[in-house]
Design a protein around this ligand. Structure first.
Ligand code: GTP
Ligand code: MG
Length: 225
């Protein structure tokens, strides 16, 4: 029997207009993905690697707490004034895709409260495979999934897995423990992404997130107006 679709047909994703970044504005990179996939760990790694060469800030989204911002502050990855939090109160995707007002306000506050920023990392609250950032909120987006979710995740597709600017498949160190086949994940990711970049990483084995860092540096290089 063929599948049934909630709105009568398979979901299609189309290119949406991007916000216009004015000269001097910081690049905004979204970091989204399911609960616990390693978004905050990745943001922390990027901050540690970039904080001496760039002026950067972080904005986190959590549903009921400021847990991720507190974690970043506790680990002193950046000075407190460079870390802000949005409490979404509802499904995280609402605040990064549907009504982005609270995030835009928090970004305005970060820009007003810090000397010229080069980069703002915006972490989404953990959500599901349908959650992506509005192109009015970020310039490019990273989608983080993890090996512990099972090696079928890349072939399940969805806008984050398929169309994010970079797909990160994290926690490769856990593959033997959860019976995940990394070659299957590599093959399926290549198939659904059709040439768009993806990386397999372990933040435990490589806390500097070398491959993601190179991609971020490239975004900064090509995107500075
Ligand atoms: N084994 C292993 N654990 C990891 C790795 N990366 C992150 N973790 C752990 O996974 C757990 C979740 O990581 P977080 O960075 O909090 O994940 P998150 O996506 O920000 O989670 P939410 O914001 O709650 O959605 C933490 O205990 C991390 O230490 C990895 O590469 N390998
Ligand atoms: Mg987090």
């Amino acid at each position: 029997m063929p599948p049934h679709f909630l709105d009568g047909e398979p979901h299609r994703h189309t290119e949406r207009p991007k916000r216009v970044r004015t000269p001097g504005e910081p690049l905004r990179i979204g970091v989204g993905g399911p609960v616990g996939s390693g978004k905050t760990a990745l943001v922390a790694a990027l901050c540690r690697q970039l904080r001496d060469e760039l002026s950067l800030a972080v904005l986190t989204n959590d549903i009921y707490t400021t847990e991720d911002a507190d974690f970043l502050r506790r680990h002193a990855v950046l000075p407190d004034t460079r870390i802000a939090a949005v409490q979404t109160g509802g499904c995280p995707h609402t605040a990064i895709r549907d009504d982005i007002t609270a995030n835009l306000d928090a970004i305005d506050d970060l820009i007003a409260g810090n000397d010229r920023l080069d980069l703002i990392l915006v972490e989404s609250g953990g959500d599901n495979l349908t959650a992506t950032f509005s192109s009015g909120l970020v310039d490019v987006q990273i989608f983080v999934v993890d090996v512990a979710g099972g090696d079928k995740v890349p072939r399940k597709g969805g806008p984050g897995v398929t169309y994010s600017d970079l797909l990160v498949i994290n926690k490769t160190d856990l593959a033997p423990l959860v019976g995940a086949d990394l070659d299957v994940m590599r093959r399926d990711a290549a198939a659904v992404r059709d040439g768009r970049p993806f990386v397999l990483i372990s933040l435990t084995d490589d806390p500097t997130a070398t491959d993601v860092l190179s991609w971020v540096r490239e975004q900064l290089r090509v995107a500075v107006p």
